[in-house]
Design a protein around this ligand. Sequence first.
Ligand code: PEP
Ligand code: MG
Length: 581
Amino acid sequence: MKLFGNPVSRGIVIGEVMRYEPFKAVPSSSRIGEAEVDASLELYDKAIGMAMAELEETRSGLAERAPDKAKILAAHAEMLSDPVINDEVRRAVRSDLIPADAALAMVFDKYSDLLGKSKNAAMRERASDLQDVKNRILRCWAGRREKNLSLLDRPVIVVCGDLYPSDTVSLDRNNVLGIIARTGGSTSHTAIIARGYEIPAVLGVPDCMERLNDGDIVVLDAENGEVVIAPDDEERAACEVRASQVVTELREMEQWRCVKPVTRDGRRIWVGMNIADINDEELEHAAYSDGSGLFRTEFVHICRAGMPSEDEQYRIYRRALEAFGGKPVLMRTVDIGGDKQMERFGLPKEDNPFLGLRGLRLCFAQPELFAAQIRAALRASVHGDLRIMLPMVGSMEEIERAGAFITEQGALLDARGMDWNREVEIGIMIEIPSMALIADMAARKVDFASIGTNDLCQYLNAADRLNSAVESCYQEYHPAMFRIIGNVARAFAAAGKSVSICGEMAGDPLAIPALIGLGIEKLSMNAASIAQAKRVICGLDMSAVSELAREVQNLETASEVRELLQSFAASRAKRGGKAQA
Ligand code: PEP
Ligand code: MG
């Protein structure tokens, strides 16, 4: 039997299913009798003991590999044994006859609400930690073991409804063989991270949670978007043959990684790498890129339980700059909101989070958060070529306001006697169509722009990038996408300012020729896409891509554009070519 979905990250694997579902606690709602008090408290102690043992096991497993995360778990262990909380829970059980699971939920919620309202950002962060600890105890109370994607004891194929960005960035890359999820399109963060980690993934598989159980053996074919459940011998053998073909193909492609990306007629294209969490595995790819055209700094927050301090952020940004050794790093200020929700920011529940308080809008609403990040960035700017990039910019007023804010933070550093680079460039992401349409005006105001095609596509087509039900409306090859990108490229070229693309289209081998033809000469992408992108670039001629760009803008439908891009790619592939450093 087969299930189908969107293949968003290449590869074919066979393995055992591990279902991953965040636990949803439902504490008891009725009162207990006096005779049940001791038994309820006994269950409470048992759950606390189990939670403590679990925390200790995970903490010691992470101590070397991820000391930051281990530190968070140590703090959680302290909360677990907090005497004030424990006394209050016991009192509520004994005096008010509230079952211990409901009592602990009540007490933890009380303290987390109090902390959540604090003016102090560090205190507010503790609120989400308390919720985490509460959920852990309640899960243990329900007798459910933790399924933690950052620490797996064997290789598995993860099957889930969806993954939070925090699940994806921390996942155990050696043991997650593949990902199958009910939701998520090709530009969802799960897809982006899976591609970055080179983990095969098929998303948008509607009934995966109903059909797949722990321990099932499946073939995950992320070349064709298929999941084969309980494959027979023949299907297994076929999978093994195809999997090794894909591995060979990818290995051959690797040779292009170190090549200089120059078209056949000598145009040097800038190929950058998108980065998120800063770790050795990610930064080892810096050497064969021209810099980072997108540093998604919100992952610096997502990967840590507490709000990183200004100093901590400074050290992280400095590390990124040093890893790129003087090459440009476009540090995007935090883009929280949309699908990157974090309890600690106390965001209101929104009906349309992608149209709500996200990116720069959230930074304006939480100036403390923005200020710490900007000061950290400015301080780091003396250690390399750091450029500040603002996400989700929708108007000229926002550019003005952010510029003034950055100037103010620079003045604060001056008052502290701290060094920073006064020439640091400030640019914007163009991902809201309004900005793309007034790109000529924006280009006069900012130092550079980078087009975020993932969001630009969702806003231009009015199709949620996460919703697989409207995947067919989310058309990256819509002729309007090429027209709007061309508009931005022309506007920035006319102003003599730099423009790049850092959305997923930048690493799409089919789209690259047309994008270059539109005048985009800087592309920033997942590390895993760089080799193939360089191979494509080295096979291009500027005159042919200009003609291609003209044609795609005059076609009527996305499928016509795709066909044209495919036939263009096929004609280049026939020419072949060898990787030359
Ligand atoms: C984009 O929107 O294209 C982009 C690069 O930003 P993100 O995917 O992080 O929203
Ligand atoms: Mg975006």
